[in-house]
Design a protein around this ligand. Sequence first.
Ligand code: HEC
Length: 156
Amino acid sequence: MIKINISITLFAIIFSASSYAMSPDAIEGKLLYQVCSTCHDQALNPPKAPPMWEVKRQYKRHSLDDETFIKNIVTFVEAPSLETTIHKEAVENFNLMSPMPLPDDMLKKIATYILEEEFPPPCDYWKNALARAKTAGDMEQTRWYQKMHRRSCSNN
Ligand code: HEC
């Protein structure tokens, strides 16, 4: 019995470790990503950019596979334009992002990190956006942010 418990524990440890394991490119990309989080940090108030959780969701929807996801991110970041935008709402809410002239291989690593990271739902961003929508008397936005916050952030 003890033996079985030990192997179950070991299995659980190995399994949880591997489910968080990132590829070497993503690990490097995570360090480089700090450049992006100066604007994409969801806790900034007022926000400077859409949270990466939201960007990732939009890009996932528009990309058939991981390779296309990475390519779409790199293409946009190198030369943001209304033609290459995928997250249309973000461009309406914020001005078009400035280009980030980083070498291609760095951008690929950053995009790989974005692909592999499990960003938590942007609860602060929604809470702040909800407060702004209420102040502005924008009922549609108020309902939307209330819904998003209630759905994923019940603990705060
Ligand atoms: C100076 C602030 C700033 C920095 C730094 C920044 N971004 Fe952005 N980003 C924005 C803003 C503002 C938007 C929303 C407007 C838009 O979509 O162009 C945005 C949008 C995006 C989008 C969605 C684009 C779309 O419309 O489809 C992606 C992808 C993105 N950023 C990736 C990155 C990555 C990767 C980095 C780091 C290499 C980065 N950003 C750094 C401000 C920034």
